[in-house]
Structures are given as structure tokens and as C-alpha cells.
Design a binder for this molecule. Structure first.
Ligand code: GLP
Length: 286
């Protein structure tokens, strides 16, 4: 065998070896798992970490805006979607996204905080998204936490959602106790927008954003389960080990109001984007 053939042979073996290594080492979080239940599909996109969750979720939202520029986005607050919003801002700045025709309906607002309070969700949305893109803020809807007439405010907000015929895409986070929006674990699912008393677990979890536990509002207005389920597409972002039990309870357990997020198993177009840590308790089921 000549020198050239020997080199070519070695290169060939190296190539096969590299491809074997690539297959063996292929990261499990590259996979997208689709669970079929009759006609329902729960799509699980496994991400590496928070940044990866944010990028993958932003890609889905960006596609929604590109396919339907006048779409209605249901938006969420909390730390989970912050990275997603940053990615969307980045795409806007790069000239890839136009928010001018987009409308939004946010999930919830604390009762008693005005829209300029730095912990209100209205402030959060301006600070984390609206002030950084070309959205018309007249088209951005959030429950009014300062309306003392709970019944009137909930009816008003339900009419806003109904006027849109539901969101085209609803973005969600997941509370450590499985709540979505501020729909807390309870004995029944509440359909419409409602005033909810926050559980101690939620107040504890959200206290990090306030000066003290006592400063955390104890009530909130939240879009109900019906408003969320009315969305044509639901996208939930979750990361971190602290959410692993909630992910297991909500998406791999029975559908029950004690695990509010579990209702999403019934949604016809539900996508979960979760990182490795949040999926740590269900890894064997994927
Ligand atoms: C709050 C919000 C929810 C959010 C949840 C999780 O209670 N009302 O919409 O999903 O917190 O927050 P985080 O993403 O900070 O864990």
C-alpha cells in the first residue's frame, strides 16, 4: 500500500470514529419529544439551560409574529420569560421583527399596585419588552390592579380577551407550586378572570422582588384557565431544579386543579420549552 492510500485509510477511520463519538455524545437536550394523546400533542423542547430555553422560545414567538404580523400575544411576567423578551428585543434590533401591528394581553396583575409601581406587572412589561420594541402600547392589555371593583375589572378583562377571540399564542411561566398566571392550586379550575388570594408559597416565592414579605401584595387579578385555554397555541417556558417537581406534577401526572398547569395537557397545541434541570425528574420518561 502506498503512502497516499495509507493516509487516506487513516483519514477514513478517523472520520468514522468522529461520527461514532458524535452519535454517542449527542446531547439529549437536542431532542424534541412529541407525546401523542389521541389528537392532542404535547411538544416538549428540551433545552440546555436558561439561555437556550429563552432562544428556543423566542424563535417560536418570532415565527408567530412573522407569520401573522397583527397577532395577539398573551404575555407572562416573572423571571422565566425575561430571557425570551431579551431575545425578542435582539431580533427587533437586528431588523428581523416588527411589533407595530401586534396586540398583547397579559396574564395577571397584583391588586393594589399602580402601573408605575416598580413591582407592578405593567411596569415589568414596559421595562422588559414594550419600551424596547416598536409596539403600540395602546394595544397592550393588562388587568388594572388599582380597580377596587373586582367583579367589574374581571368582566372588563374577559371582554378584552373575548374581543380578540383569545390569544394567537399564550406565553406562560410555571409557579413552583404549578400555578399558571396566578391560578393557584385549589379544588376547582376557575374559567374567567378572577381575583385570587395568593398562597403563602407564591408570596414566599415572589418576596425576593420586594423589600419585605409584608410588601408583597396578597391578592391579584388573573386571567382564568378558560382565557388561557382559549389561546390557539400555548408556549410554557421553565428552567431550574426548583421547578422540576411542578413539571412532573403538571405534565406527567393526572389533570387536577391542585396542579393548575396540568390543564395544559388538554390543550391541542401546547409546547413546553424546559431546560435539563427542570426536566430532571422526568428524564427517564422522555
Ligand atoms: C408569578 C407569575 C406567574 C409566573 C410565576 C413564576 O407568580 N404570576 O405568571 O409564571 O410567578 O415566576 P418565575 O418565572 O419568576 O419563577
Amino acid at each position: 500500500m502506498g503512502k497516499t492510500e495509507k493516509i487516506a485509510g487513516c483519514l477514513f477511520i478517523l472520520l468514522i470514529f468522529k461520527s461514532m463519538l458524535y452519535r454517542m455524545g449527542k446531547r439529549w437536550y437536542d431532542y424534541e419529544v412529541i407525546i401523542r394523546k389521541g389528537v392532542r400533542i404535547m411538544r416538549i423542547i428540551c433545552a440546555k439551560d436558561y439561555q437556550d430555553v429563552s432562544r428556543k422560545a423566542a424563535n417560536i414567538i418570532a415565527a408567530q409574529i412573522q407569520l401573522k404580523p397583527d397577532c395577539v400575544l398573551g404575555l407572562a411576567t416573572g423571571s422565566s420569560p425575561v430571557g425570551t423578551y431579551q431575545e425578542l428585543i435582539r431580533k427587533y434590533e437586528a431588523g428581523d421583527l416588527d411589533f407595530s401591528k401586534v396586540s398583547t394581553v397579559n396574564l395577571d396583575e397584583y391588586v393594589g399596585l399602580n402601573k408605575d409601581h416598580d413591582q407592578s406587572y405593567a411596569y415589568f412589561m414596559r421595562n422588559n419588552l414594550f419600551d424596547h420594541v416598536n409596539i403600540d402600547q395602546a394595544n397592550c392589555n393588562i388587568p388594572n390592579g388599582m380597580n377596587p371593583d373586582a367583579e367589574g375589572e374581571c368582566a372588563r378583562y374577559d371582554a378584552v380577551i373575548a374581543g380578540f377571540g383569545g390569544a394567537d399564542l399564550q406565553l406562560l411561566g410555571l409557579g413552583p407550586n404549578g400555578h399558571i398566571g396566578f391560578n393557584e392550586p385549589s379544588d376547582s379550575f376557575v374559567k374567567g378572570t378572577n381575583k385570587v388570594e395568593l398562597t403563602k408559597a407564591t408570596i414566599d416565592a415572589n418576596a425576593r422582588f420586594f423589600e419585605s414579605w409584608d410588601d408583597v401584595p396578597k391578592f391579584a387579578y388573573t386571567m382564568g384557565i378558560g382565557g388561557i385555554m382559549q389561546a390557539k397555541r400555548v408556549l410554557l417556558v421553565v428552567n431550574g431544579e426548583k421547578k422540576a417537581q411542578a413539571v412532573k406534577d403538571c405534565f406527567f401526572g393526572p389533570i387536577k386543579p391542585q396542579a393548575p398547569g396540568s390543564i395544559l395537557q388538554l390543550h391541542p397545541d401546547f409546547t413546553l420549552v424546559a431546560d435539563e434541570a427542570a426536566l430532571s425528574l422526568v428524564k427517564d420518561l422522555l
